[in-house]
Structure formats: C-alpha cells, structure tokens
Design a binder for this molecule. Structure first.
Ligand SMILES: [Zn+2]
Length: 141
C-alpha cells in the first residue's frame, strides 16, 4: 500500500478552528487525540466546549490509543469525490472506540470485507506536511 496517494483528500478537510484544531494537529503529529472531561472523565468526539455527559466546561485534549471495533459499516461503490477514485469500492465504518466515542472512518485499500465486531486500529494518512486524516485498518493480530 506504499503507493497510495492521499494528496487529493486535502480539499475534503473541514474548516479547522480553535475548537477542533487539537484533533487535527494531533493527527499531523501521528497522534490520535480526544477531548477528556476533567470532571467525569469521559472522552468525547467531536469536540465541544462542554462535556456531553455532565455539562462541565473542563475539557482537555489527551492522546489515546484509538483502537476499537466495527459498530457498523457500508461499502461505497459510488465515487462521490475524485480523491477516492483509486480506492473504489471502499468501506465507511462507524468505529466504536475503546475510549468511548464512535468515529466515522473511511477504510481504504482493504484486502477483505469487514464484519461488525471486527477489531480495528487507527491508521493516520498524510495529506501534506501539516495535515493528516484518521482512517482505520484491521488490527494486527
Ligand atoms: Zn463530564
């Protein structure tokens, strides 16, 4: 998979703002980060100024392992954006992270279909010097 090129994904990035920058900056440094509540301890994603669980405004960012299980998935056969051309068809999964949040993730270049409950691990794909995005791959056995 070393010939995979992800530069085309650059224009699919969301607007990076004060609230979500730690997530994207973490990926650029090969690190998955989630917000963690200083009061009740839950991890959350996407970022917000308060805790979804208890409402406290004591959110900080912490690095996490980010592994999880496939909660649900679909296989996409329609090319919605040219960046995906080389990866058709591809899987989009909802990953139940071990830390708690669910992450929507493209799974690109799979050798075999996924199944609900399969273990997966983060795979950070580099788009440019300062931008990378989070995908998932089957967990190494
Ligand atoms: Zn909380």
């Amino acid at each position: 998979m070393s010939d995979m090129n992800f530069e085309g994904f650059g224009e699919l990035f969301p607007e990076i703002n004060e609230l979500n920058a730690p997530f994207w900056d973490g990926l650029a440094q090969s690190e998955v980060r989630l917000q963690k509540c200083g009061k009740c301890g839950v991890h959350q994603y996407p970022a917000e100024s308060f805790c979804y669980e208890c409402g406290a405004q004591e959110m900080s960012w912490v690095p996490v392992v980010g592994e999880g299980t496939v909660y649900s998935f679909t296989v996409v056969h329609q090319q919605y954006h040219k960046a995906f051309k080389a990866f058709m068809p591809y899987t989009v999964a909802i990953v139940q992270m071990d830390e708690g949040p669910r992450m929507l993730s493209a799974m690109l270049g799979l050798n075999k279909p996924m199944a609900i409950g399969d273990r997966v691990q983060p795979c950070i794909r580099k788009v440019s010097e300062d931008r990378s995005f989070l995908t998932y791959v089957p967990k190494d056995k």
